[in-house]
Design a protein around this ligand. Structure first.
Ligand SMILES: Cc1cc2nc3c(=O)[nH]c(=O)nc-3n(C[C@H](O)[C@H](O)[C@H](O)COP(=O)(O)OP(=O)(O)OC[C@H]3O[C@@H](n4cnc5c(N)ncnc54)[C@H](O)[C@@H]3O)c2cc1C
Length: 501
């Protein structure tokens, strides 16, 4: 009997026959994330139902030295939720999707990690006075799980300008360590503490060790997050920005966004859509309204929330005064008149805007999302456009496609630039597509020094290959990884870790 057959039997004992599979179609279907370029076919897929089962599976993986890759809903676009190279076990955590406790007294919700952001927010809206999590996940929040969001330090699906990344809202985690021990971080590390309420436990910020770790330090099984009452009042406006003889559209947008940020206004979100993205929105019929509103330039919208009409009026007056001084054209108030802010907030546009570029099967998606200071937006645009220009022949040679980016505000003072390439999905082009993708990531890294957050396979490795990670910092990463995962069984290969020791 091979080691993989032995562990299969062991896992069957742990979770039961129904929740483990080694069938080729099942394993194949877990071999990619939403990106189509990266593929690694696992040998086993397992869907545990609780933390103890996760713990037993990890203990078995150590015993048989079989690698394990945790997965939420597989909406990662950088190869995070599949093995690097064929083989290993994919640990699908989506059966663990219950809301365990809503602590209204202390405004904390504790969940099993496999529930999606949209399901959680929907459920919370029906509890007591109606709640939500403030920062409401990534733009893929209709499917992405709390575990995926916390592992990828996600942001982009609502509330970024006011609440920041979803990780900022985390006050404690239950984690199964790679060797199988189960710990709870944050206040609940104190055995006399009844309920989680702060992210720091007894000592350093060990919760932080597992946030944004892309699943290399442990398997998160439960999370406690801050809870906020649903705002009673909200307002939104959308502006068209055109270039002037002195300034490009992105320069004007960056200037205005920085003023908003520096004045510490009560913005819930603000998004900049350059004209290239606006035309994709129109083409894909996601924002037909922009055609009717005769928008030709770039678009900037904001949303703000408040608890009273007076507070809302105060917010709107301050935010809009700055936009007015910047002489940008305000579109009408309704969605039909082009108010994307209203669509974003009232019609769940927060969990749809990225579908324009990152969904469907005709394009292989090559995302390069990063965070950087707001003033770098025009530099980003220049680097990006130059790269596209000098690589357009190569892209056309493999069928062509499209390129896009957008930028949005993240609390307190930077932006997230989401985007990348979408090239015609052809299996025979995967290698060339991989090379182009990595080249774009490394170009952006070197010129902008941006900070990536969902790093999966390709960005994690590009960070090491480009020299972005200093030798001292990398040694520190190795030391921590070795201490937690001595046999290198959890997500090996990300940042090349687990392969190099
Ligand atoms: C249309 C679209 C829009 C997107 N928009 C955004 C966006 O706005 N912002 C953003 O940040 N991302 C975005 N993404 C990328 C991705 O969907 C998110 O990062 C999301 O949080 C991933 O959640 P998931 O449940 O699908 O995780 P998965 O894809 O399953 O996993 C993501 C990573 O987390 C690890 N992981 C998952 N669960 C656990 C766990 N319980 N314990 C330990 N490790 C775990 C995996 O190993 C993997 O490395 C988008 C993707 C698409 C397709």
């Amino acid at each position: 009997m091979t080691e993989i057959q032995k562990i299969y039997e062991k896992i069957e004992d742990i979770v039961g026959t129904k929740f483990v599979s080694d069938s080729i179609p099942i394993c194949y279907s877990y071999s990619m994330n939403c990106d189509l370029v990266l593929q690694g076919i696992p040998e086993i897929v397992v869907r545990p139902g609780n933390s103890n089962e996760v713990s037993e599976i990890l203990k078995a993986a150590n015993r048989y030295r079989i690698r394990i890759i945790p997965r939420g809903n597989g909406a990662d676009l950088t190869g995070g939720a599949k093995p690097i190279g064929d083989g290993g076990i994919v640990l699908d955590l989506t059966r663990m999707n219950k809301i365990l406790d809503v602590d209204e007294k202390n405004r904390i919700v504790t969940v099993e990690i496999g529930i999606s952001w949209s399901e959680l927010c929907e459920e919370l809206s029906n509890v007591g006075i109606g709640y939500y999590t403030g920062s409401t996940g990534p733009a893929s929040g209709f499917s992405a799980t709390i575990g995926g969001g916390l592992s990828n330090n996600s942001v982009g699906g609502g509330g970024a300008a006011k609440y920041g990344n979803v990780t900022e809202q985390c006050v404690g985690l239950e984690v199964v360590l790679p060797t199988g021990e189960i710990i709870y971080t944050g206040a609940k590390a104190n055995s006399f503490c009844d309920k989680p309420f702060t992210r720091f436990g007894l000592g350093a910020d060990y919760t932080g060790l597992f946030l944004g770790d892309i699943g290399i330090h442990g398997v998160k099984t439960k999370a406690s997050l801050n809870l906020y009452p649903l705002p009673e009042y909200a307002a939104y406006s959308t502006y068209e920005i055109k270039k002037t003889p002195e300034m490009s559209e992105s320069e004007r947008a960056a200037k205005l966004m920085m003023e908003w940020q520096h004045k510490n206004l009560a913005l819930y979100d603000f998004y900049y859509y350059p004209r290239s993205f606006v035309s994709q929105l129109k083409m894909r019929k996601m924002a037909k309204n922009l055609i009717e509103a005769k928008v030709r330039g770039s678009v900037l919208f904001y949303t703000t929330v408040a608890n009273t009409q007076k507070e809302l009026d105060y917010n709107v007056e301050r935010i809009e005064r700055i936009a007015k001084d910047a002489k940008v054209r305000k579109l009408g108030d309704t969605v039909e008149e082009g108010n994307l802010g209203k669509w974003f907030y009232e019609e769940d546009g927060r969990w749809q805007w990225a579908n324009v570029s990152w969904s469907g099967h005709s394009l292989a998606i090559m995302a390069t999302c990063l965070k950087c200071p707001t003033y770098q937006l025009p530099d980003f645009e220049r680097v990006y456009n130059d790269w596209i220009k000098s690589n357009s022949e190569k892209m056309n040679a493999i069928g062509g496609g499209s390129a896009m980016f957008i930028a949005f505000g993240v609390y307190p003072s930077h932006i997230d630039i989401a985007g990348g390439l979408g090239l015609l999905n052809k299996r025979e082009n995967r290698e060339s597509q991989y090379d182009l993708w990595k080249d774009l990531i490394i170009t952006q890294l070197k010129v902008l020094g941006g900070i990536h957050y969902w790093m999966g396979e390709i960005i994690g490795r590009a960070l090491i290959d480009s020299g972005a990670v200093t030798e001292e910092y990398y040694n520190f990463m190795i030391t921590i990884k070795k201490a937690l995962d001595p046999n290198g069984i959890l997500s090996p290969g990300k940042f090349y870790l687990g392969e190099k020791y």
